[in-house]
Design a protein around this ligand. Structure first.
Ligand code: ZN
Length: 186
């Protein structure tokens, strides 16, 4: 078990679609364990495998004191929408209003290869959508309207971590404070 560095916006792995999991083996269970440990250390409410540099369709969450994980997910979304602040562990210290479906039903597999269905509203629904997006190389800024995205990009460009990446070409190790993303880091 090991905490892995979280990849930040600007890393190509975050905009690359991840591959389906084929082997439900020991390595996969290790990945779920590493993701869970890294998410809890951040701390965050969700984390997808590409965020630790692994291009596989796997994510984990920790919402309402319930830990979960899902592999190769597909989503059914409600027409009813929700507005609200959303954070991402790959964008430290920032949250933005992000429109999402109010309810999501995710179908996929657990780490032993058994089919599972997860149904959630509000934050869990938001998380299922945010993490599935990560597996498709889609980021929450892509879900904003053009005006919101513009102002979000301004804040991102002004953040100290983004400056380190673009000016010095380094991936800084960020210790995200529990307050910085208001428990909304996904
Ligand atoms: Zn995220």
């Amino acid at each position: 078990m090991a905490i892995q560095p979280i990849r930040l916006f600007g890393d190509p792995v975050l905009v690359t679609p991840a591959s389906e999991v084929v082997d439900f083996d020991k390595e996969l269970r290790q990945l779920v364990s590493d993701l869970t440990e890294t998410m809890q250390a951040a701390p965050g409410a969700g984390l997808a495998a590409p965020q630790i540099g692994v291009p596989l369709r796997v994510f984990v969450w920790d919402i309402d004191d319930e830990l979960g994980h899902l592999i190769n997910p597909t989503l059914d979304l409600s027409d009813e929408m929700q507005d609200g602040e959303e954070g991402c562990l790959s964008f430290p210290d920032l949250t933005f209003n992000t429109p999402r479906a109010f309810r999501a039903v995710a179908k996929g597999f657990n780490m032993y290869g058994d089919p599972v269905t997860v149904e959630g509203t509000e934050l869990l629904a938001r998380c299922l959508q945010h993490e599935t997006d990560h597996l498709n190389g889609v980021l929450f800024i892509d879900r904003m309207n053009s005006e919101e995205r513009k102002s979000a990009m301004k804040e991102i460009r002004e953040s100290s971590w983004f400056g380190l990446i673009t000016e010095k070409g380094i991936q800084p190790t960020i210790k995200v404070s529990p307050h910085s993303t208001f428990g909304l880091g996904l």
